[in-house]
Ligand binder design. Structure first.
Ligand code: XMP
Length: 533
């Protein structure tokens, strides 16, 4: 597909995906490539602009990641960020050194509004600021808050460059050669702490690079439908539908493209949240809104009997994973050979598997590579491979998938199996499903559902004595979990108003048989995990 594109060249910075996401928020399509990517490949892609990311190295050291000087001679606008900015200056004859003061965090930056990147950015500087080193553009400079994180700094801009921003400690916070359309920015416009970062990136990709902003989810849906039809022809496609966002949107898109040539197998392992199996069926089943073959496998009893007596969390995960393969394999055999196996792979899966950028931590993803060898298929089809999660959600809404499904919280593959401490039984599943449904309902009633990133009820393995009416009880304790997090790698317990927690506790104890205590889990991650297993 020949689309208008900006390329992010990744030097191993932690914000590589964020850069691409922010560019896409400007309605410009963007892909991430490692700095090891050959320049010929970049030329072939004919990008409208190139962005060089940050990275952990010092550009003046011998083995540090670098790029050929030719990149800056293609006539394509280049924006360097942090390490990318330093590298650009270093390669083009500027000077980069270890700074006396490390700049880290929100920093006041003085920018020249005459720069095309800073057009409309900042507020007039009200008072003379002591310690300002650079005088180049002081007369009309404006101030704005930006996110800095660097040890090295550009002590001297390369020949042909003008300084367009500085801070109290950093004489070259930005420099540009506007004629050649080369821009170096020491701070991170992609991080939300840079208050006007989105505007700067917009100025770059829509202004300097001249992108028209044609990357929109409605046109993505339309063009994907065409592309799927062309690729699939009259072939058959099989998809394992979990009911989570990615596979649901993939199912919706494929269904709109090829209708009944698509078969979705939905395995209900009996470890889903309350009513979830029926909700998935209501959308994708025969009475739903999509035209496809829907097979629901009610495998609850199979899973419960495999899990009987098992208490160790890793073993539970293993059993649940293996059983899924077995059930799916049986269904696939009944269906027979298909032409395509569809997967809900999304762009972060691709990047984090080391196939896109230069991720420092390369994770192995179950849905990239490692193709199931038990399904008889010719080719993989991944209709969401280019999308970030927020784009998947927008595409889902475009396709008419209900909001409850599109904005679902992350839910682990092994489901409630890992939110029940100790042995999993049908009775315990019922308890945790009911408690969780009450908790979610009350969080939504309190208007907190989009504020807290993940929240759920789990069942401890602890039973203790209580009184209900005149009777002594000996029942389970439910644990409530709620976390605020950006990347799910670290998290903090959310501050839920006491009255909300109190109401949840009252309702759970009154309405869920088998529970006589409710705890709120205050643990952050680390040392805890988000899940309660
Ligand atoms: P932890 O518990 O490791 O969870 O802090 C981090 C995030 O990952 C989700 N999670 C899973 N997601 N399969 C998944 O698809 C799994 O096996 C799994 N285990 C944890 C968890 O819900 C949280 O969002």
């Amino acid at each position: 597909m020949n689309r208008e594109m900006v390329i992010v060249v990744d030097f191993g910075g932690q914000y590589n995906q964020l850069v691409a996401r922010r560019v896409r928020e400007c309605n410009v399509y963007c892909e991430i490539y490692s700095y090891r990517t050959d320049i010929e490949k970049i030329k072939e892609m004919n990008p409208k602009g190139i962005i060089l990311t940050g990275g952990p190295n010092s550009c003046y050291e011998e083995d540090s990641p670098t790029y050929t000087k030719e990149l800056f001679e293609l006539g394509i606008p280049v924006l360097g960020l942090c390490y990318g900015a330093q590298l650009m200056q270093h390669i083009l004859g500027g000077k980069v050194e270890k700074a006396h003061v490390r700049e880290y965090g929100k920093t006041e930056v003085f920018v020249n509004p005459a720069s095309p990147l800073f057009s409309g950015v900042g507020t007039p500087v009200s008072e003379a600021v002591p310690g300002v080193v650079c005088k180049d553009h002081e007369a009309n400079s404006r101030e704005t808050i930006c996110w800095m994180s660097h040890f090295d700094y550009i002590s001297q801009a390369a020949p042909g460059f003008t300084i367009t921003a500085h801070t109290a400690d950093c004489p070259v916070a930005a420099a540009e050669n506007n004629e050649k359309r080369l821009y170096a920015i020491q701070f991170h416009p992609e991080v939300l702490h840079t208050q006007e970062g989105t505007k700067m990136l917009y100025n770059c990709v829509r202004g300097v690079c001249g992108c028209s902003g044609d990357w929109r989810m409605d046109s993505f849906v339309e063009s994907s439908i065409q592309a799927i039809r062309e690729k699939v022809g009259d072939g058959k496609v099989l998809l394992a539908l979990s009911g989570a966002v990615d596979s649901s949107v993939a199912a919706g898109l494929l269904s709109r493209a090829i209708g009944k040539q698509l078969t979705c197998v939905f395995v209900d392992h009996g470890l889903l949240r309350k009513n979830e199996g029926d909700e998935v069926e209501a959308v994708f089943g025969p009475e739903g809104i999509f035209d496809l073959n829907f097979i629901r496998v009610n495998a609850q009893e199979r899973y419960y009997s495999k899990l009987a007596g098992v208490t160790e969390p890793e073993q539970k995960r293993k059993i649940i994973g293996e059983e899924f393969i077995r059930v799916f394999e049986e269904e696939a055999k009944k269906i027979g050979a298909v032409d395509f196996l569809a997967q809900g792979t999304i762009y972060p899966d691709v990047v984090e598997s080391g196939l896109g950028g230069e991720s420092a931590v390369i994770k192995s993803h179950h849905n990239v590579g490692g193709l199931p060898d038990y399904v008889d298929f010719k080719e993989i089809i991944e209709p969401l491979r280019d999308l970030f999660k927020d784009e998947v959600r927008k595409a889902g809404l475009q396709l008419g998938i209900p909001e409850e499904l599109v904005f679902r919280q992350p839910f682990p593959g092994p489901g409630l199996g890992i939110r029940i401490i100790g042995e999993v039984t049908a009775e315990k599943v019922r308890i945790v499903q009911d408690a969780d449904a009450i908790y979610r309902e009350e969080i939504a009633n309190a208007g907190l559902d989009r504020e807290i990133n993940q929240y759920f009820a789990a069942l401890t393995n602890m039973r203790s004595v209580g009184v209900m009416g005149d009777e002594r009880t000996y029942d389970y304790a439910v644990a409530l979990r709620a976390v605020k997090t950006i990347d799910f790698m670290t998290a903090e317990a959310a501050e839920i108003p006491f009255e909300v927690l109190n109401k949840v506790m009252n309702r759970i104890i009154n309405e869920v048989k088998g529970v006589n205590r409710v705890f709120y889990d205050l643990t952050s991650k680390p040392p805890g995990t988000i899940e309660f297993e």
